[in-house]
Write a protein that binds this ligand. Sequence first.
Ligand code: SAM
Ligand code: SF4
Length: 443
Amino acid sequence: MQRLVYIETYGCQMNEHDSERMLRLLEGLDYTETKEASRADLILINTCSVREKPEHKVYSALGRFRKLKERKGTVIGVAGCVAQQEGERLLDRVPYLDLVIGTHAIPMLAQMLERIEVSGQRVCETRFDRSGEYLKASLPEKPLAKVKSYVTIMQGCDHFCSFCIVPYVRGRERSRPSLEILREIRHLARMGVKEVFLLGQNVNGYGKGLEGEVDFPSLLNRINATEGIERIRFTTSHPAGLSDALIRNFSKLEKLCEHIHLPFQSGSDRTLKAMHRGYTRESYFERIERLKEACPPIAITADVIVGFPGEEEEDFGETLDLMEKVRFDDLFSFKYSPRKGTRAAELKNQVGEETKQNRLSILQKIQREITLEKNQALEGQVEEVLVEGRSKQSDRDVTGRTRSNKIVNFPGDMNLVGQLVCVKILKAYPHSLRGEVALPSAD
Ligand code: SAM
Ligand code: SF4
């Protein structure tokens, strides 16, 4: 019997990928995806608890779906970090919730749904799976309607930065065997994927704990040799473990795109120490220098937090100074959000909301200008773009990304999808570029 599933996803790329994994498993159970929650037989909310705001969204989303439960008995589930963190408490708090899927429980989705169907039980599964089974990918059976795909190479984190909930909700760092990853990537290439985006909370730690396994730079080397794959990206690299071998890969591996996301979180040594980040402002600069030396065109993006407990004006000033010196292509900036169970949440010197908001506004204004200037520097240049599909802005345009991960829209047919096209950049905007197919030069 054909049934419909609606998935709402909050948070990072790992969550987006987990939603894709759940969809793939559900397709095997005869579910088809719908974009309309009102038509669904099953609604899943895939959640994020890294900050308070996305966590709150879960409860408002559940409130919206309550009527559907009452009207047509839709099965409702919560997955992801909030599910892992709250577990049974979520079932107590939300009486119309059927299913709580912890971060390691995705492979058990079919059994969990069966239990609901057969015995009408409400089900919660939040045990951490020590076998590593939860990392196994289910491979697509049909060609995919997309040119790029996420590939999990590891999950969890052992860093325990003092502000961060991830190690508690995703568990300890665990890598997938490289042969399994390579098999998945070869399969994706056969299904039409051209770009793989490798995911892990701390990719530099890849291979730790797996006997005889390759390290991350060697894994990239092997992926680079995969036929059919044109581009490789990864996230996230922790500044403390950024090795010379990884930096060299940016100049050596032709498929590795010239972009790194290297969160710095703060420009103040005092704050970095309190965050337990394991590097200093100077050593961060030094890594940026080495990256730019090895690969001059590299685009650098990062995450930064303002208003960490004890952050004074002077510390914030150092964050702005670091930003202005590095000149990031883009920044993801956040107000510090206390997370229960983390060490920073217990600190007494919390910063007031107004100060956090002011600092965030100042920082974002500066970054908007830098991002626009960086984009404008590309005007007149020819960039290689992997075409991903129709542009949202016009049905005569297609959209894709440069190797440096910038969005480019340009006039073109859908038969360009999946192709690498040379595009001349005509105009830069804060979040995208506009261009036209570059004509081959006369000589
Ligand atoms: N593993 C990545 C790293 O260390 O760079 C980061 C993963 S985390 C899910 C993504 C970003 O969320 C972090 O880089 C940090 O800037 C932000 N973040 C994490 N905890 C936060 C908190 N309690 N308050 C505000 N931002 C937070
Ligand atoms: Fe969180 Fe730090 Fe681990 Fe990143 S490295 S996931 S910020 S604990």
